[in-house]
Structures are given as C-alpha cells and as structure tokens.
Design a protein around this ligand. Structure first.
Ligand SMILES: NC(=O)c1ccc[n+]([C@@H]2O[C@H](COP(=O)([O-])OP(=O)(O)OC[C@H]3O[C@@H](n4cnc5c(N)ncnc54)[C@H](O)[C@@H]3O)[C@@H](O)[C@H]2O)c1
Length: 433
C-alpha cells in the first residue's frame, strides 16, 4: 500500500520502518528540520534497538523516503498514519494542536479518498470531534480509524512485530479490512470496535499499568512500616495468574512520555465529563510522592543536604532508551539542587537529552565512576544493566563516608553492598543499614 506516516518520533519512525520492511511504500513526514536532516542522511535521530537496521534495509530497498511537507506527501497516499506528539498541558489536558494541524492539512490537500489512521494517543471522543468538525467537510471522502499503539520504547521494534493485540476502531468494514492489510504479516488478535472505544482501550491500558505500579509502591511503603520484604511479597503476589508478574517493581515510580501524560489526560477527560476518577487521582499522587520519598531517604541518612555531594545514576526514564520525558531522575535532581546539594549525574545514553532540562550546576558525565568521585551518597534512578553491574569495590574507593546508597529501583544486591561497607536503602526492602 502507499502509506504516509506523519511524525517520525518513537512511534512514527518505528511504524514507518516496519511497514516499509513489510513491503509497503512509505513516505514519512517530519517537520523538525534537525530530525529530517538526520533521516535524509540515513541516521535514526534517537536510540531505539534494532531500528537502524530496519531503516538501512528500507532505504536499500527504496521503500521509504522522508519529506518535510505533508501536503506534498499526500499525492498517492491511500493511508495516512498520524504519529504526532500529544503532550500534556500544565492543567493535565492533552495538547491536541499537532493532531488538529495535521488533520486540517490533510483535509485541505487530500487529492483522493484517504484513510486517516490515528496512532497518536488521543482522548476518547477525539475521533468523533475530528470527523464532525473537519473530515465531513473535505472535498474527497476521508475515513477515520483509531488504531492505538501499545509499543514500549526500548522494545519498540519487537513490539511492532509481536503485539498482544491490534485494536482497530472504525464503523466501516471495508475500511477496517484496508487498515488490516497494513498488518497482514503480523500474527496477533485483531480487535475491531467503534472509534471511541478504541481510544479508551489505550487510556484504560496505560491507566491500569500505572495503577499496578502505584499499588505496589504503596505496598512497599507499608512493608517498610510493618517489617515485611517487598522482594518476597511482590513476586508471590505476581504468581497469581489473575494478577501477573509485570509492573510490580517498587521504587521511584513511572515516568516517560506515556504513563504520566495519559493518566493525567484521562483524569482530565473524567473531570470534564463530570466524573471524579478517584482511583486514578490517587495513582498520580502516589507516583509523584515516590520521588519525594527518595529525597527524604537521602535526608534521613545524611541530615541537612546543603553542600552534600550526591551522584544520580541514570537519567532516562527507563533502561534501553535515551528518552528523558517525565523521568523521575530529572525531578529528583531539581529537588536536590534546591536543597543545595552538589549533584553529579550519569547515563549511558540520555545525557544530551537531559542537559537542557537540568540546572547548569549539575555535572553530567558519561562515565559513572567519574560521577561518583567524592559522592557521599548515590541514587540509582534507572536500572541500566551497566550501572547495576558497576565495580562496587572501586566505587567505594571513589566515594566518601557515609557511602549511602538509595536504590530507587530495588535493583542492587543489598547483601554485597552492605558487606562492602555501604549503607543501603531500598523501597520496601527490609533492614536499615
Ligand atoms: N513513545 C511511546 O512509547 C509511545 C507509545 C505508544 C503511543 N505513543 C503515542 O504516540 C504519539 C507519538 O509519540 P512519540 O513518542 O513518537 O512522539 P514524538 O514527540 O517523539 O514524535 C512526534 C513527532 O511528530 C512530528 N510532527 C508533529 N507534527 C507534525 C506535522 N504536522 N508534520 C510532520 N511532523 C510532525 C514532531 O516533529 C515529532 O518529531 C503520542 O500521541 C504518544 O502518546 C507513544
């Protein structure tokens, strides 16, 4: 099929490269000149495992091209995938300006019957509004399909080819079949429903996963008070097949470009529709509190934080990505700087993305050992395997007393660190070393 993909971020570029590798002719549109220049030179402008190989392959086969103008891309398009950003506004509302701008451009410039496939995460009701407000007035027929994306950054290519389900929201069976052609080579349940329900599936899924994370964090906080061990509790809870083992890791909570904005977005939609989503409000509150708990743990052990040297290990919101959007580390570093802490931070991939979000006094170093020199404490904020596997004897020699570890991901070997003379603090792990 002739496919246009609008937006070449984590979702759009993965979709474009995977579809091109499946034999579709893809034109990817990107308005950011820096990203576009990288793509035109055959470079992926961010880190995502396996994506570079797919891009090279698609370029070699002549199946993908990049362009800045959406209107020029529309000439042969049968299907236009929208993968533009839908960030949060300060009040939690979803900023749909990129979606509206792209849809308006399609309506103005479409030259043939076109299917718009919404991959961006948009609040329930958005498709209905777009159809009424814009699509109904186009000079050629435009069909609207909600096709939410569930991929995880860091595993995005794998997830594209192995989704748990493909959700298609559309009332027109012929259009549904055309959209499913995009996924003809993917073996997954295809679930067809109306547009608004498909939009809701995405929000409900992310809200539920975020709820699991905040729930286990509450249990971990309680474990500390009653003397239970979250390392014993969470896996045993997760062995119940009705619950499952995923998203039961306690620590600093969720970050990233999806869970924070999607939970806030759904909360806003609920309020807007006159419904108080109490559970979701608590999930959001608990998640914000975990970041403050990390600072309190440092304060409890170090006393007044002013003038103390603390290293933060990990800036990305999770391992395997260079994405720092809503990363817990960024908030925590700002709290620490406000308290007068001298902060050094490290990350294998995310330093450049983090730099503009951090105060200039924060020393950023790609070498974790350099970041740890002279530190009285460190916070593990992202459980990168290479950070978890540091040479802890060497680290101890670089640090200063009291050699405090705040393990924000419960990822470190407590026994080993304590044996080496560190003071260790996890989230819901027993002992006060
Ligand atoms: N990142 C994820 O893991 C993930 C997973 C599932 C769903 N989503 C959803 O997918 C959407 C995209 O997410 P992302 O992380 O890829 O966003 P992103 O911000 O990384 O990328 C969006 C891109 O769209 C480009 N863009 C915006 N308007 C454009 C236009 N009119 N023409 C051309 N380019 C345009 C931007 O320049 C940007 O490069 C969001 O709604 C997000 O919630 C993201």
């Amino acid at each position: 099929m002739d496919v246009v993909v609008v937006g070449t971020g984590y979702v759009g570029l993965v979709a474009a490269c995977c579809l091109a590798n499946s034999g579709h002719r893809v034109v990817a549109v990107e308005k950011d000149r820096v990203k576009l220049a990288a793509l035109e030179q055959g470079r992926v402008p961010f880190y995502e495992e396996g994506l570079d190989e797919l891009l090279q392959n698609a370029l070699a086969q002549g199946k993908i091209s990049f362009i800045s103008s959406l209107s020029n891309a529309l000439q042969d398009a049968e299907v236009v995938l929208l993968a533009v950003g839908t960030p949060s506004l300060p009040d939690g509302r979803v900023d749909l300006s990129q979606v509206y701008a792209a849809v308006q451009e399609i309506v103005q410039h479409a030259r043939r019957e076109t299917i718009i496939v919404m991959k961006s995460t948009v609040p329930p009701g958005t498709g209905r509004t777009l159809s009424k407000r814009f699509l109904a007035h186009c000079h050629v027929p435009i069909h609207y399909v909600s096709n939410p994306e569930f991929l995880r950054e860091g595993k995005a290519v794998w997830d594209w080819y192995h989704p748990d389900r493909i959700v298609v929201g559309c009332g027109d069976e012929t259009v549904v079949q055309q959209v499913l052609e995009l996924y003809a080579d993917i073996d997954a349940p295809k679930v067809v429903m109306d547009v608004t329900s498909a939009e809701m599936v995405k929000y409900a899924s992310n809200a539920f996963l975020a709820t699991k994370i905040s729930f286990i964090n509450e249990i971990a906080n309680l474990c500390e008070l009653v003397g239970a061990d979250i390392d014993k509790v969470a896996p045993a809870v997760g062995m119940d097949q009705r619950i499952g083992p995923h998203f039961l890791q306690s620590g600093l909570g969720y970050g990233g470009s999806c869970f924070p904005k999607d939970t806030k977005g759904l909360d806003y939609v609920s309020s807007f529709n006159g419904y108080r989503f109490s559970l979701l409000k608590s999930v959001i509150e608990v998640n914000a509190r975990q970041r403050i708990i990390a600072v309190r743990k440092l304060q409890e052990k170090l006393g007044d934080l002013h003038g103390k040297n603390i290293a933060v290990l990990g800036l990305a919101f999770k391992p395997g990505t260079d994405d720092v959007r809503e990363a817990p580390a960024l908030d925590i570093i700002k709290y620490l700087v406000d308290e007068g802490v001298v902060v050094a931070a490290t990350d294998p991939l995310a330093i450049e993305n983090a730099r503009s979000h951090l105060p200039s006094c924060v020393k950023l170093s790609p070498d974790p050992y350099e970041a740890l020199v002279g530190a009285q404490a460190f916070l593990l904020a992202t459980e990168w395997p290479q950070l978890v596997a540091l040479d802890w004897e060497k680290v101890k020699n670089l640090m200063r007393e009291p050699y405090l570890v705040v393990d924000g991901r419960n990822a470190l070997d407590v026994r080993r660190l304590v044996d080496l003379g560190y003071r260790y603090c996890g989230f819901g792990r027993p002992g006060n070393f």
